[in-house]
Design a binder for this molecule. Structure first.
Ligand code: PLP
Length: 382
């Protein structure tokens, strides 16, 4: 089955019992047993639910995993992955990960005895240097949130294999439509499915998959033991979103490319971050490991122009956290999504206070550019 077909027919895409072309929403917490221990494969919905199972098989099919796991949020998925490790274990983490991932490490997992070294994983030589005796894993995003830095997944996976480490890739920004970390050698893939996979800003969800049988078994145990599972309604909505992932990603990218061209020559824009730009330091690696550059753009205004005034003036592009939806969303990472990272750490990784992150939607791009134009004219008059 080819990729676009998998999105529609992968996993369990229909109901054998009734012929329903969509998977039913099994709104149940438990399952009748014919005799003690004799059942149809489901005992209790934290452990397994047929609607969730269909989504879990789908993400495994999409990413080339052996098993998938659906969580109540991307963060719940991240927490479950980090629960593979024990007190004293050391993990190398990319320097530009989602603010909530940083907060999870800094405020909770450190307290439980895990140790972390933050590294710019786009500089591959720094990754191997950071390995210690207790290192167990490398966790990274590519492209990163919000600076869109690119890490060579195959190169990191090679280092990880050499040192028997688990390599974990947050593939939220690229989606499996553009990037397949497991095929590039990574051990585990994570998604905030609240973003492109769901695609409509209507569900918070997380998906995890792996192509390693042992890790799959451990993750399955942890998912059930910790219990941060996705409910059947939300599992169904994410499956519906995934059916249109391919056409949405093509539309996001086509719009993003036009907006990048517009921003790149705008006199009030100091810098544009987009891996599709030939001037982007990760451009060649992005070309090698992805089939598209996606719909996320970050940019900085020329000094003296207020990012806050700009985003607040926009009327069509919505000022909101989150990304990856049909509607365009804009935000200031330092004040919003990445506010939980101390300013000093943020600046060290290059996230300036005036940085703006734009998740380009699939509206008519001319309307989006008109809205940006209106925003720029407003800050000009400040
Ligand atoms: N990973 C990335 C790259 C994200 O952008 C986010 C949320 O913004 C998360 C993980 C966390 O996902 P969730 O908000 O679904 O918990």
């Amino acid at each position: 089955m080819r990729m676009k077909t998998t999105y529609i027919h992968g996993g369990i895409s229909h109901d054998e019992a009734t012929g329903s072309v969509n998977v039913p929403i099994h709104q149940t917490s438990t399952y009748k047993q014919e005799k003690v221990g004799v059942h149809k494969g489901y005992e209790y919905s934290r452990t397994g639910n047929p609607t969730r199972a269909a989504l879990e098989m789908l993400i495994a099919d999409m990413e080339g995993g052996v098993r998938g796991f659906a969580f109540a949020s991307g963060s719940a998925g991240t927490h479950t992955i980090f629960s593979l490790f024990s007190k004293g274990d050391h993990i190398i983490v990319g320097d530009d990960v989602y603010g909530g991932t940083y907060r999870l490490m800094d405020k909770i997992l450190k307290r439980l005895g895990l140790t972390f070294t933050i590294v710019d994983t786009s500089k591959i030589e720094l990754v191997e240097k950071a390995i210690q005796k207790q290192t167990k894993a490398i966790f990274l995003e590519t492209p990163t949130n919000p600076l869109l830095k690119i890490t060579d997944i195959a190169a990191v996976a090679k280092i990880a294999k050499k040192h028997q480490l688990i390599s974990i890739v947050d593939n939220t920004f690229a989606t499996p439509y553009h990037q397949k970390p497991l095929e590039l050698g990574a051990s585990i893939v994570l998604h905030s499915a609240s973003k492109y996979l769901g695609g409509h800003s209507d569900v918070v969800a997380g998906l995890v998959t792996t192509n390693d049988d042992k890790l799959a078994e451990e993750l399955g145990f942890l998912q059930n033991a910790i219990g941060g599972i996705l409910g059947p309604q939300d599992s169904w909505i994410i499956q519906r979103g995934i059916k249109t992932l391919a056409i949405r990603m093509d539309a996001h990218e086509a719009n993003a490319k036009k907006i990048v061209q517009y921003l790149d020559k705008h006199p009030q824009v100091a810098k544009v971050y987009y891996p599709g730009l030939a001037s982007h330091p990760g451009h060649e690696i992005a070309k090698k490991q992805t089939t598209g550059f996606g719909g996320m753009i970050s940019f900085e205004l020329v000094e003296g122009f207020s990012a806050k005034a700009f985003v607040e003036k926009l009327t069509l592009i919505t000022l909101a956290e989150s990304l990856g939806a049909v509607e365009s969303l804009i935000e200031i990472p330092a004040l919003m999504t990445h506010g939980s990272i101390p300013k000093e750490e943020r600046l060290k990784s290059g996230i300036k206070d005036e940085l703006i992150r734009l998740s380009v939607g699939i509206e008519d791009v001319e309307d989006l550019i008109e809205d940006l134009d209106m925003g720029f004219s407003h800050v000009q008059n400040q």
